[in-house]
Design a protein around this ligand. Structure first.
Ligand code: AMP
Length: 285
């Protein structure tokens, strides 16, 4: 028997909605908490949820307040917590980038040597700069990092970027990426609750994997089957079934969602008809 598992979820901010919808998609049916509720239970699974700020999740997990948590990888590194990353969740993707005002002469991260850099990620920034042999003065700021150069607080910034539009809006130019982040499921180091954690990791992982794939169905004449299956960007073997119409077969395969755009015209050109792609709910290898 597995005991109840406690899971910390971001209560607000960018990671709240996608974390919530991941739990819903994985079928555990979390009970929607009210605005001020800090705890909830899941209907279909032995999981207790605790709603806390994403920044606090690494400490809660490290200190054993909860068994597992969802947070950003950047926050795990910034808090320098000793936890295990159990699963990368594929959302909340962003990168820590160094940027300077458009008119600055710097062309690469190496040009930041000896300069003042504002950041709300002082620990990761210091670590990644040191790894590159760059000595800079880190100016820790809590928010609105992008305006620091204009205020004369710093020459450059190091900040999380997803699309780059905030940098552009503030007249800044990226010098490059220092660290890639995404939402992660984390667990306590030395936890003995292996089975409950394994099940949570497997169930969430099955949804993450499924989201990245589509189930493809199409018909093709038997004499072009080899040509058609050679086009499929799949690792597994496609399913091939005879149809009532002689000489025509149905092909079913799992294909990466990112390849659908380039694959469809090729399948069409190969004589495939009745092409359907369907979302996949779960994939357990
Ligand atoms: P919050 O400040 O609560 O909205 O969430 C911040 C977390 O969201 C960060 O620690 C990152 O893991 C993630 N994130 C994703 N994209 C961005 C972005 N463009 N800027 C800041 N944080 C981001």
């Amino acid at each position: 028997m597995t005991r109840r598992l406690s899971l910390a979820l971001p209560s607000k901010g960018r990671l709240r909605e996608p974390s919530w919808s991941l739990l819903e998609a994985s079928g555990v049916s979390p009970q929607e908490p009210g605005e001020r509720v800090l705890q909830a239970h899941c209907r279909n699974a032995d999981i207790d949820l605790l709603f806390v700020r994403a920044d606090d999740v690494p400490e809660y997990v490290q200190d054993g307040v909860v068994d597992c948590g969802i947070t950003g990888l950047d926050l795990v590194y910034e808090r320098e917590t000793n936890i295990e990353v159990l699963l990368r969740l594929g959302y909340g993707t962003c990168s820590l980038q160094a940027a300077v005002p458009m008119e600055d002469s710097a062309t690469g991260i190496g040009d930041l040597d000896g300069r003042r850099i504002a950041t709300s990620h002082p620990r990761i920034a210091a670590r990644v700069l040191a790894e590159r042999g760059i000595t800079a003065e880190i100016v820790p700021v809590a928010g609105s990092v992008e305006i620091s150069p204009r205020l004369g607080l710093a020459d450059a910034i190091i900040d999380l970027v997803s699309t780059g539009s905030t940098l552009r809006t503030n007249g800044l130019r990226s010098l490059g990426v220092l660290f890639e982040s995404e939402a992660v499921l984390i667990g306590r180091v030395g936890s003995t609750d292996f089975e409950a954690r394994r099940i949570l990791t497997m169930v969430l992982g099955s949804v993450i994997n499924a989201r990245a794939n589509r189930y493809l169905l199409c018909n093709v004449s038997k004499d072009r089957l080899d040509e058609m299956t050679a086009l499929l960007p799949t690792t597994g073997s496609p399913t091939v079934m005879d149809l009532a119409t002689p000489g025509v077969v149905a092909v079913h395969a799992l294909v990466p969602a990112a390849d659908i755009w380039s694959l469809l015209p090729k399948l069409e050109a190969c004589g495939a008809t009745s092409i359907l792609t369907l979302p996949v709910e779960r994939m357990v290898p």
